[in-house]
Design a protein around this ligand. Structure first.
Ligand SMILES: C[S@@+](CC[C@H](N)C(=O)[O-])C[C@H]1O[C@@H](n2cnc3c(N)ncnc32)[C@H](O)[C@@H]1O
Length: 224
């Protein structure tokens, strides 16, 4: 390869103008992303226009509270595009519980989980965290990542945080502004939602995800 690779944070690498993770399932591409080898290891490019966590990293997100061995609760798993990269990051000693309400998405997601033993699929409504208590197997959760297109996004996060997030753990709320208001200015909605989280979290970063995602922000908070 004609370019170098440098570490951005635990498990995430900068390659030219792109970001990448080391592939936990060598030879397998998840959503059509390109694979490449460097120094005897295989990596996968992480497309920030397909993943809000990827977009936040590209936009310089500073508080990356997940790495090798982390236990993560991911709300809004869909088919697992973003989770696949987080699975690379947490590695064989970590685990990601991926919750989604859609049986259709879950069917595809389960194939990914079969290839990656560190992902646990959970078909459930993230509004009702106690319905998946057993699947979480008593693990303490280090970080919650949420990407659900619902009006009550902050409330869903707070409920899951009360149920599972450790004190000092981090939450990453990928806020879809247009699920909350179709007309209010993005900055106003983001500020109002961040305020709702302030009771439980110290808000450490708010990142506008443009140009990768329109009308989205990543709100990062540390549980008090
Ligand atoms: C934008 S997609 C998530 C994309 C995914 N995070 C990624 O980057 O690969 C939003 C997902 O939220 C799920 N969702 C919506 N409401 C939900 C709820 N109440 N509980 C769990 N999942 C929900 C949808 O089924 C959909 O798959």
């Amino acid at each position: 390869m004609g370019f170098g690779i440098s570490k951005i944070t635990d498990g995430v690498y900068s390659v030219g103008n792109s970001i990448a993770t080391q592939n936990l399932a060598p030879g397998k591409s998840v959503y059509g992303e390109q694979l490449f080898k460097y120094g005897g290891k295989e990596y996968r490019f992480w497309d920030p226009s397909r993943s809000k966590v990827g977009a936040a990293i590209k936009k310089g997100m500073a508080n990356m509270a997940f790495g090798s061995g982390s236990k993560i609760l991911y709300l809004g798993a869909a088919e697992g595009t973003t989770i696949s990269h987080m699975s690379d990051i947490v590695g064989a000693d970590g685990v990601i519980f991926g919750v989604d309400i859609s049986a259709r998405s879950m069917r595809k997601f389960i194939y990914l989980c079969e290839e990656r033993p560190n992902i646990v699929p959970i078909l459930a409504d993230a509004n009702s965290p106690m319905t998946y208590k057993e699947q979480l197997g008593g693990f303490t959760i280090d970080a919650i990542v949420q990407d659900v297109s619902q009006k009550n996004q902050a409330e869903i996060l707070m409920r899951n945080c009360h149920a599972y997030l450790k004190a000092g753990g981090f939450a990453y709320l990928s806020l879809k502004v247009r699920s909350i208001s179709s007309t209010d200015p993005v900055a106003v909605v983001v500020e109002e939602e961040a305020k709702k989280l302030e009771k439980e979290f110290e808000i450490t970063e708010i990142i506008n995800l443009e140009p990768y995602e329109k009308d989205h922000a990543m709100i990062v908070g540390k549980r008090k």
